[in-house]
Write a new protein. Structure first.
Length: 256
């Protein structure tokens, strides 16, 4: 169960951020409106929000999830794998320290993006990607082990369709994961009940379970129906402007 979330709205230069997509530039007013609806959804799910101001030094700064890994017994500041994003961690550190978190941090030459880290109860899946390297994964695994968690790595570097592990995977609780076809056969997921997404709805794999609801990107009806049949209460949100910048629902908040 989550009680809090940290968020940051996009800055005016949001369109200058990193992206591999070719979907056009984001519409800034629309992105702001979508972010506000996202925040309202988190509040409806029972979370209290810490809202950081936009920071034009970091066009990708709205994707706060990449800056930390927060578990009940372990709070880890990351070192993002894109050099232009490294400075985003400072404001997150300050905010978390004010809230009493005891922090450890990934150190170079390690790199970790929070979008590569999927917590499944007391077991953590660590994606090895273009942004999270093996040294970063080793450091994170050691921090997690010290706090009583187990972990394992999932190498996604050969899967061109996803930037981060959670671009293609979500933990739903109840020993279930929602995931894309390219991940479904990986042995790391054999222990879970798998809800596999059709290839043309793959973006919907980045959903988030927030207490009694699942937040899902709008516009993916077959995925929505499968989740409803599995018993989940959905909140569907338009994520069009964040998809243009390689972002999804989980990217826009740190939940704890």
């Amino acid at each position: 169960m989550f009680s809090q979330a940290l968020v940051r709205p996009p800055s005016l230069n949001f369109a200058d951020g990193l992206t591999r997509e070719d979907l056009g530039a984001p519409d800034f007013p629309k992105a702001l409106a979508q972010h506000e609806r996202y925040c309202e959804a988190l509040q409806r799910c029972g979370l209290t929000l810490t809202r950081l101001p936009p920071d034009a030094r970091f066009p990708d700064g709205t994707f706060v999830e990449d800056t930390a890994v927060l578990m009940p017994n372990c709070s880890v500041l990351t070192l993002p794998g894109a050099e232009s994003r490294a400075g985003e961690v400072d404001a997150i550190r300050d905010a978390l320290l004010r809230q009493g978190h005891r922090l450890v941090q990934i150190q170079a030459p390690g790199s970790v993006d929070g979008g590569d880290i999927c917590e499944t109860g007391d077991h953590v899946l660590i994606g090895i990607s273009a942004r999270t390297n093996e040294e970063g994964a080793r450091q994170l695994a050691a921090f997690l082990a010290d706090a009583g968690y187990t972990s394992e790595c999932v190498d996604i570097r050969a899967i061109d369709s996803i930037l981060h592990l959670k671009s293609g995977l979500s933990w739903l609780g109840d020993n279930r994961v929602l995931l894309i076809e390219a991940l479904a056969g990986h042995p790391a997921f054999a222990r879970y009940e798998r809800i596999v997404i059709d290839a043309d709805e793959a973006y919907a794999a980045n959903a988030i379970r927030v207490n009694d609801h699942v937040l899902l990107a709008a516009g993916y009806p077959r995925t929505a129906e499968r989740l409803r049949q599995a018993g989940y209460s959905l909140v569907e949100l338009d994520m069009s402007e964040y998809r243009k910048m390689d972002g999804g629902l989980s990217c826009l908040s740190l939940r704890y």
